[in-house]
Each structure stands twice: as structure tokens, then as C-alpha cells.
Design a protein around this ligand. Structure first.
Ligand code: SER
Length: 339
């Protein structure tokens, strides 16, 4: 009886899931097992070796997966994003933290069973940061991985703690046990900025105002932006996010000086982004109606990040600056999509 070797992708139906599964399928190096709470989108399912609709908190389901599949890498994308999590903080904690713990344990068991380290790829977020006010945000400028990690959202707390859990499973798991082998879980995380995809719209995030503004303009719908025009955080085009995730996955372990990396690409203010959208869609109706609490969340996220370690250790280098992202990736694909 042999089990089928796969890489497991949780949260497959999400924005990153779409981009990642297509990229993994193009590469054809791995067979993908896709897991999502809902049936995996048919277009995506075609590109996977197998798909499962189920809950990452369901221990029996994870056991069944382990009985049928030999897991060599986990891309653990399933999470409740920052806005949604604020309505159901305890549920968010269950999914974002306990779910991650269960998957780390699964990865550990898999590493032990087949004897090779299981790469555990974890999308963390700029939401792990929490600047106390706008003056501190302005003074901080670009933040390093270790500064201002005092998040104000449940999602940010969850991501920050899971970074630590990942490090624990990779480096210190059951450290007092005799004969406990090390290195079964190779945990690697990227703190993503807000992501902008031409093909999907996010749901439940707080950086969503940028992708929402763009997709609304392409559809010819008016948009009321929920933050002030001067609001500034980092963003990235989806292909660069997927590319970064794959680059970090492939990087030799000895090149990595840390387990958690910042990455960034560009950081327009909401007003600057609105001007750019109007340039490409001259009829776009974009207004600003700041939502006090969501504004406060975005104000607590840094205007920029230092991503030197990612550039030096594994060659992070976004192909798209904002101009190129718009003209070569977003506008052509979005226009086609809503034509
Ligand atoms: N884009 C995410 C959010 O807004 C941040 O990781 O919640």
C-alpha cells in the first residue's frame, strides 16, 4: 500500500490559492491536493490531482488525508481575513490559530512518516504590525520584521502567533524529549502586503479598497472608498506574490537567515491609486467615505516595509512596479474579464 505523494494547499478557493494552484500546475513538478471549506472551483479542480471540501478543524478529515496521501509540502492559505475576523474573533482564532496548529502537527507527522522535511509555507501579513497612531506611522517609515509587532486586529494577532508556532515546530518541537529528531517541518513565512489580482476580488480583508476600487471601475460601477485618500500601505500584484511564495519554497535552507520575511512592491496612497484608476477608466466614479474603524486598522499598518532580507536571501524581486502592474497585468486582464 503506497500513499500518493502530493503538496497540500488549504484555502484553495481563495485569491492566493487560485494563483498558486495554477502556477504549481504549470510547473508540473508537484501533484496538488486542494482543500477548501467549499467545493473547489471546477476550473481550479481540473488542475489538481485531487480536491476535498472540508474543514481544516476536522481532525478525522486530516487523518483521512494522511492515510491516503504522502504530503511533501503544505501551503497553508486558509484563514479568515482581518475585517471578517473582527465580527467573529473567536471563530477567527479557531480557524487561524487552531487550524494552523493542526496542519503543523500533520506536517510533523508526515515528515516523521516519510523521513523528508515537509516544507510548511505560511502567508503572514502586514497585519502583524500595529502602529499606535499616524504620527508614529509617519515617523516609522519602512519597518523591519522585528519592529512594531503589536497588532490591533484578531487576524494580526493570529498571524503573528502562528509565525511563532511555525518556528517552534521547526526548531524546538518537544525539545525535552530524548531522541527527538529535528527538521521534520521546514517552516517559511512571507508577510504579504495587500494583494491585487486581475482575476479575483478579495473578501473580508481591510486592504480590499484598492482591488475593489479597480474592479468596480472596470465594471462601470461607482465605488465609495472606505479609507481617506492619504492612506498609505504596501501592495503587490498577485503574480509577484505567487512568484515570491514559490521562490521562497525553492530556496536552499542554508540561504535563509530567518523564517519570516517582509516583502513589498509599491505603496500608493488610496488617492494616488484612485487617480491612476481614473486615468485608465476615465468614467470611473470613485468617492471617499472613510469607515472610522476600518480606517483605524489600515492606519495601524506601516506605510512601507524593509524587505532587504527577502531580496538578499532568496532573490525577492517584484517584476511589477505600480505602473507596470496596471498597464501590463491589471488593466488588460480586468478589461477582458468584464468586457
Ligand atoms: N489583505 C489582508 C487583509 O486585509 C491583510 O493580510 O486582511
Amino acid at each position: 500500500m503506497s500513499r500518493k505523494p502530493v503538496v497540500l494547499v488549504t484555502g484553495a478557493n481563495g485569491e492566493v490559492g487560485h494563483g498558486l494552484i495554477n502556477a504549481l500546475a504549470d510547473e508540473a513538478r508537484y501533484e496538488v491536493l486542494a482543500l477548501d471549506l467549499r467545493e473547489v472551483d471546477p476550473g481550479l479542480a481540473k488542475r489538481c490531482a485531487a480536491t476535498i471540501a472540508g474543514d481544516i478543524l476536522d481532525g478525522h478529515l486530516l487523518d483521512r488525508i494522511a492515510s491516503e496521501y504522502e504530503i511533501h509540502a503544505v501551503f497553508h492559505l486558509a484563514a479568515l481575513l482581518s475585517t471578517r475576523a473582527e465580527f467573529v474573533p473567536e471563530t477567527a482564532h479557531a480557524v487561524n490559530v487552531e487550524g494552523t496548529l493542526k496542519l503543523l502537527k500533520l506536517a510533523m507527522d508526515e515528515g516523521r512518516s516519510h523521513g523528508q522535511p515537509v516544507k510548511f509555507m505560511f502567508p503572514s501579513s502586514i497585519a502583524v504590525y500595529g502602529l499606535p497612531d499616524l504620527a508614529a506611522k509617519a515617523a516609522a517609515g519602512a519597518v523591519t520584521e522585528t519592529e512594531w509587532t503589536t497588532p490591533r486586529t484578531m487576524y494580526g494577532c493570529n498571524k503573528l502567533y502562528c509565525e511563532q508556532l511555525g518556528r517552534y515546530y521547526a526548531d524546538f518541537y518537544r525539545q525535552l524529549a530524548v531522541n527527538e529528531a529535528r527538521g521534520q517541518v521546514d517552516f517559511r513565512a512571507i508577510r504579504f502586503p495587500g494583494l491585487i489580482s486581475a482575476f479575483t476580488v478579495p473578501s473580508g480583508g481591510t486592504s480590499d479598497y484598492v482591488p475593489e476600487m479597480l474592479h468596480a471601475a472596470a465594471k462601470g460601477e461607482p465605488y465609495a472608498c472606505f479609507v481617506r485618500p492619504d492612506t498609505r500601505i504596501t501592495f503587490m500584484a498577485m503574480p509577484d506574490a505567487i512568484d515570491a511564495l514559490l521562490k521562497l519554497t525553492r530556496a536552499p535552507a542554508e540561504k535563509l537567515s530567518r523564517r519570516v520575511y517582509n516583502i513589498g512592491a509599491f505603496n500608493p496612497s488610496a488617492g494616488e491609486f484612485a487617480d491612476l484608476v481614473r486615468r485608465h477608466f476615465p468614467g470611473a466614479e470613485i468617492g471617499f467615505a472613510p469607515h472610522e474603524q476600518r480606517q483605524a486598522i489600515v492606519d495601524s499598518w506601516p506605510a512601507d516595509v524593509v524587505d532587504r532580507a527577502a531580496r538578499e536571501d532568496w532573490g525577492h524581486e517584484p517584476a511589477y512596479d505600480l505602473e507596470r502592474a496596471m498597464t501590463e497585468y491589471l488593466i488588460p486582464n480586468i478589461s477582458k474579464r468584464y468586457a
